[in-house]
Design a protein around this ligand. Structure first.
Ligand SMILES: Cc1cc2nc3c(=O)[nH]c(=O)nc-3n(C[C@H](O)[C@H](O)[C@H](O)COP(=O)(O)OP(=O)(O)OC[C@H]3O[C@@H](n4cnc5c(N)ncnc54)[C@H](O)[C@@H]3O)c2cc1C
Length: 459
């Protein structure tokens, strides 16, 4: 069946498919790779895999979730979406159909001539499906909510091979579950998402010397509570510790006014460098830049807190003191901690769009959600660095809890494998996810035969 879509070890494309991952920790050795180009081929593959009781994995267009075997397999079949690369704007230009083989950079470039955007990743190489199935925090979050709140419909291959549609009117419970419930329901073969006009944006990054810590953290807390009320603005403030150490600030504004009042708190801090912020451009241009290149070893962890100055101080100080122990001793070592601002506007926009399984408490917003990334080169350092990252997260959690500043939600797409993602969706949400999964996949195909990814069946 479909011999030209099956790639075995030794074929020239085998390595590029089995190593199409951001983190080298995710490279694996599937028995073969299946590269379907239609939903019918995905359906046929699922039926065969179920009949043979064979294990498999599904990768998205980016392979960017840095958890080994969450989107790859040793010994099973890897379903790679490379040829599921549809990009089709509707006749009225209000929606875009996106195949799961796409990454966000390709999506934004496709829409650029129309002056349109969709709500998706902030880095172009990130894949469409993983981001949308976990939720998706975007530059447009305060305007339009979770990226997944802007999905109009999903085409999905279920465990019995049925090609189903999930939308507000067809299979609405499955539609809700796919907005943040991960990959336990089937293989999504098409996302149809809303488009919005955004012909020009201001986006780029600025760096600051670490000696400006106080001003940087002051400005970041200030932005979260005041500047961010301008929903067209977004920032990604971060501390970077490695062979060079600095504060990084990605600035975004939806429109051509690159000096909005929202960012005024940062304007008094002298900068180290400015990488592209200041002139209006397109999201497509920005997302074509090669930021955060693939091929090194990476891990993610996350933790959240109320968006106060004290929260930031705790997060920053723990990350810096933990990371500094390894600088100069571990090959290729860099730690980046982004302090993402999650606004009330974002959560309100998602609630208005029908809600999502994540169920983040809107009353205590805004929040800072840390996206902690460790990067290094050698497998021999894996264990020590995972232990270090776990220690940093525990330390931050303890200090925030003691100060009454901890928030329990953990964003799936920034989390490490041992973090309690679904437990923090709340018991109502978790039991609804389970009942949707039971109804579409009673034999646990996408839990047991496809073990990679965030699963909740046994929680
Ligand atoms: C450099 C970088 C920047 C990032 N920026 C952002 C950001 O701005 N906002 C944000 O919210 N997140 C961001 N992330 C996190 C990102 O959302 C997750 O890593 C996400 O999982 C990536 O999606 P992917 O398709 O590339 O992942 P993959 O690793 O390919 O897949 C992730 C999961 O989705 C499952 N999956 C993939 N395709 C399908 C499918 N068709 N059907 C069912 N399940 C499927 C896989 O089995 C796997 O479990 C970033 C990550 C990195 C590394």
């Amino acid at each position: 069946m479909y011999p030209s879509e099956v790639i075995f070890p030794g074929n020239s494309n085998y390595t590029s498919e089995s190593q199409h991952y951001w983190s080298a920790t995710c490279y694996a050795s599937p028995d073969c790779v299946f590269t379907p180009s239609t939903a019918e081929q995905v359906s046929a593959a699922v039926k065969v895999l179920v009949k043979l009781n064979a294990t498999f994995a599904v990768r998205g267009g980016g392979g960017h979730m840095p958890i080994p075997l969450y989107a790859n397999t040793n010994g099973g079949v890897l379903i790679a979406p490379t040829a599921l690369n549809t990009l089709q704007l509707s006749g009225d230009q209000k929606s875009l159909a996106i195949g799961p083989g796409n990454h966000w950079g390709a999506v934004y470039k496709y829409l650029e001539p129309y002056g349109l955007i969709v709500v998706g990743g902030r880095v172009g190489t990130v894949g469409v499906p993983g981001l949308l199935l976990g939720g998706g925090v975007s530059f447009y979050a305060s305007q339009y909510g979770w990226a997944s709140s802007n999905v109009i419909s999903y085409e999905i291959v279920l465990a019995n091979g049925t090609i189903a549609t999930a939308s507000a009117t067809e299979n609405p419970d499955l539609f809700w579950a796919l907005r943040g419930g991960g990959n336990s329901f089937g293989i999504v073969t098409l996302f149809t998402v809303k488009t919005y006009p955004s012909p020009q944006v201001c986006v780029g990054d600025i760096t600051f010397d670490r000696s400006h810590k106080t001003e940087f953290l002051d400005a970041t807390a200030n932005y979260a509570n005041h500047g961010a009320l301008d929903a067209k603005s977004a920032t990604v403030p971060a501390v970077v510790v490695g062979s060079t150490s600095y504060y990084l600030l990605i600035l975004f504004y939806d429109g051509s006014d690159c000096q909005p009042a929202a960012f005024s708190n940062y304007s008094t801090i002298s900068t180290l460098s400015n990488n592209g912020y200041g002139n209006a451009t397109t999201l497509g241009n920005y997302a074509s830049e090669s930021l955060f290149p693939p091929g090194r070893r990476e891990l993610f962890r996350t933790v959240g807190g109320l968006a106060t100055r004290e929260t930031l101080q705790i997060m920053n100080d723990v990350v810096v003191s933990t990371a500094e122990q390894f600088v100069g001793t571990i090959d290729g070592f860099t730690v980046t901690a982004a302090f993402q601002t999650i606004t009330k506007d974002m959560l309100q926009a998602s609630a208005s769009a029908g809600g999502t399984p994540q169920n983040v408490d809107i009353n205590n917003a805004p929040y800072f959600w840390v996206a902690l990334t460790y990067e290094w080169l050698n497998a021999s350092d894996d264990e020590m660095l995972h232990t270090s990252a776990d220690g940093a997260i525990s330390n931050i959690t303890e200090q925030l809890t003691a100060a009454g500043l901890h928030s329990s939600f953990l964003y799936m797409n920034d989390a490490g494998a041992d973090q309690n993602v679904f437990q923090n969706y709340g018991s109502d949400s978790l039991s609804k996810l389970k009942s949707v999964r039971d109804s579409v996949d009673p034999n646990r195909v996408f839990t047991d035969l496809m073990p990679g990814g965030w699963k909740f069946a046994d929680l």
